[in-house]
Design a protein around this ligand. Structure first.
Ligand code: NAD
Length: 351
C-alpha cells in the first residue's frame, strides 16, 4: 500500500510516518511545505528514497499536487497538513483559510480526478482520510461529551477553518462519491511537538526556570491523547473505517490546563530536584479571546467498531514526553530563536 501523507514533517504527521514504516509494510509519499512548524530533523531520518520519499510542496499548488498523484500512483491519502495553532489563527487568519480550506479543496479535487481514473480493486480500495480536530464542535459545559453527531460550532478562526474543511470532505463524499473517512481528535502531546503548544512550552520553560504562562485561571479543560496512540488510531481508521463515516478519537484523559502544568512541574521536580518547586514559576496571563471552556470526546464508535483504545495513560505519556524533551535539546533549542519559538513563547496555549 502506498500512502500520500500531507503535513508529514509536522508533529502528528511524522508520528504517523514512523508508525507506518515501523509497524506496517506501507510505503509513504511525504508532502510538506516545511512551514515554521516543520522541523527539518523530524522527517529527514525517515526518508530513504525508496519506501519513504519526500515531496516539498504546498498543498495549495494544484499543478504540483496533481503531479505527485501522477508520479506516485497512491492507494490512499492521509491529509494532515494544516496551520494548527489557535493563537496564530487569531492574529493571521488568512493563512489558515488558505491552507486548511483551499488546501483541502485542492487535495480533494486532485484525489477525485485521480480516483476517477482508477479501475477495479484499486478504485474500490482508494481512501481519502481527512484528519481533523474536536475543536470543530465548539465548547462544552461541565458535563457531556462530543459524539460524531454533535453539531459543529467552531469558536476560533482555526477551528472554523478545520470545520470548513470537514464539510468540504463530506461534500466530496456525498456529491462525487469520493471514498472518504474523517477523524476528529482531542489534544495531542508527545515527542516532536513544536514548543508553541502547551505541554512542550511548559516543559521547556520549566527546564529553563522561565515563567509558565497560564491563560486565565487555567480552568479550561482538554482531553489529552499521546501522539503515538493517535497515529495507531489514524491507521486503523484508514484501513478499517467505514467509507463516509466520522470517528472521534480521544484519550479519556480530561485535565484542566492548570492540572497539566502542575503535573509537568511535579514530574520535573522529581527528575531534577531544584531549590524551589517549579509550580512557583506559574504566572496567570489574560485569557485568550473566545477560549472554549471544555472539550471531551466520546470515543465509543472507534472502540466498538474498530477495536481501538489508547494504550498510554496521561501520566505515562507525560513522563515519556518530558524525558524526550530532556534528551533531545538539540531538536528544540534552535526553535527558541525562531519567530514562534522565541518572540511568541510566553503564550501558553493548547491547540
Ligand atoms: P503541525 O503544525 O505540527 O504540522 C503541520 C504540518 O503541515 C507542518 O509540517 C507544516 O509544514 C505542514 N503544512 C502547513 N501548511 C502546509 C501547506 N500549505 N502545504 C503543505 N504542508 C503544509 O500540526 P499537527 O499538530 O501535527 O497537526 C496535524 C493535523 O492534525 C492538523 O490537520 C490538525 O488540525 C490535526 N489535529 C491536531 C491535533 C493536535 O493536538 N496537535 C489534534 C487533533 C487534530
Amino acid at each position: 500500500m502506498k500512502i500520500i501523507i500531507t503535513g508529514a514533517a509536522g508533529f502528528i504527521g511524522s508520528a504517523v510516518c514512523r508508525h507506518l514504516l515501523r509497524d506496517t509494510g506501507a510505503s509513504i509519499v511525504c508532502l510538506d511545505k516545511m512551514t515554521y512548524a516543520a522541523h527539518p530533523d523530524t522527517l529527514a531520518p525517515l526518508i530513504d528514497g525508496d519506501r519513504a520519499v519526500f515531496e516539498p510542496i504546498d498543498i495549495c499548488d494544484r499543478a504540483e499536487v496533481e503531479r505527485v498523484f501522477r508520479e506516485h500512483q497512491p492507494d490512499a491519502v492521509m491529509h494532515l497538513a494544516a496551520e494548527s495553532h489557535v493563537d496564530r489563527s487569531i492574529e493571521i487568519p488568512g493563512v489558515f483559510i488558505e491552507t486548511n480550506v483551499v488546501g483541502t479543496y485542492v487535495m480533494l479535487e486532485a484525489s477525485r480526478l485521480y480516483w476517477a481514473g482508477l479501475t477495479g480493486g484499486r478504485r474500490d480500495q482508494f481512501r481519502f482520510h481527512h484528519v481533523s480536530t474536536d475543536e470543530v464542535y465548539g465548547s462544552l459545559g461541565a458535563t457531556g461529551k462530543f459524539t460524531e453527531e454533535t453539531p459543529y460550532a467552531p469558536s476560533s478562526p482555526y477551528s472554523a477553518s478545520k470545520a470548513s474543511a470537514d464539510h468540504l470532505v463530506g461534500a466530496w463524499f456525498h456529491t462525487h462519491g469520493l471514498p472518504v473517512v474523517i477523524s476528529n481528535c482531542s489534544n495531542n502531546y508527545g515527542p516532536y511537538q513544536f514548543p508553541e503548544k502547551l505541554i512542550p512550552l511548559m516543559i521547556i520553560n520549566a527546564l529553563e526556570g522561565k515563567p509558565l504562562p497560564v491563560y486565565g485561571a487555567g480552568a479550561n479543560v482538554r482531553d489529552w491523547l499521546y501522539v503515538e496512540d493517535h497515529a495507531t488510531a489514524l491507521v486503523r481508521i484508514l484501513t478499517a473505517g467505514v467509507v463516509g463515516r466520522k470517528y472521534n478519537v480521544g484519550g479519556d484523559a480530561e485535565r484542566s490546563n492548570l492540572e497539566v502544568v502542575h503535573a509537568i512541574c511535579d514530574a520535573l521536580d522529581g527528575m531534577l530536584p531544584g531549590k524551589r518547586p517549579r509550580r512557583d514559576l506559574i504566572t496567570h496571563v489574560a485569557d485568550r479571546p473566545g477560549h472554549d471552556h471544555r472539550y471531551a470526546i466520546d470515543a465509543t464508535r472507534i472502540r466498538d467498531e474498530l477495536g481501538w483504545t489508547p494504550s498510554v495513560t496521561f501520566e505515562a505519556g507525560l513522563r515519556r514526553t518530558i524525558e524526550w524533551y530532556l534528551h533531545n535539546q538539540t531538536w528544540w533549542q534552535p526553535l527558541r530563536s525562531s519567530v514562534y519559538g522565541g518572540q511568541r513563547l510566553g503564550l501558553g496555549a493548547p491547540e
